[in-house]
Ligand binder design. Structure first.
Ligand SMILES: [Ca+2]
Ligand SMILES: [Ca+2]
Ligand SMILES: [Ca+2]
Length: 158
């Protein structure tokens, strides 16, 4: 009887340690989940800001006059690149539309929250058809050392 009473009384050290380990594992799981959620919201906030920056840039370029200096192919890699008029860049490029940094027609580096976004845009003249300009806005930023980029394209008619 006394033996029964002793075994039923409380938890053994092993049981307590086991319970603590299970609790810790559970806690770590919760922490990991929260970290992942914070990372997720942080990333989507950046994507949202990048898309807003791109949309604003594109919107202002859609609003200016067709001959505005801001709508020029400054380095000329998006003009007269399609002599056979098939919509494909004859020298195998992409009318310079995907260019960033010094290769881009325009750049506005270090803007937005923490100056972490770079906005670029390129103009292809008479693409995809004559009297049209293709405008591609690219926004890039670095996410924990990984380069991220979004792009938005618009077509202006004369
Ligand atoms: Ca260009
Ligand atoms: Ca071509
Ligand atoms: Ca270029």
């Amino acid at each position: 009887m006394k033996i029964f009473a002793e075994t039923e009384q409380g938890f053994s050290l092993l049981e307590i340690m086991l319970a603590m380990v299970i609790f810790m594992i559970g806690l770590l799981g919760v922490i990991a989940m929260q970290v992942a959620m914070v990372k997720g919201t942080d990333f989507s906030a950046k994507v949202t800001e990048a898309m807003t920056l791109a949309a604003n840039q594109l919107e202002s370029l859609m609003a200016v006059s067709y001959t505005d200096p801001g709508l020029s192919d400054t380095d000329n890699d998006g003009t007269n690149q399609d002599a056979d008029n098939d919509g494909v860049d004859d020298d195998g490029g992409n009318f310079g539309l995907d260019d960033t940094f010094n290769q881009a027609d325009f750049q506005n580096a270090g803007i937005g929250t923490n100056s972490q976004f770079n906005v670029f845009y390129n103009i292809a003249v008479d693409e995809p058809a004559n009297n049209c300009k293709t405008i591609r806005v690219i926004v890039n930023w670095s996410e924990k050392g990984i380069a991220r980029q979004i792009a938005m394209t618009g077509i202006r008619t004369n």
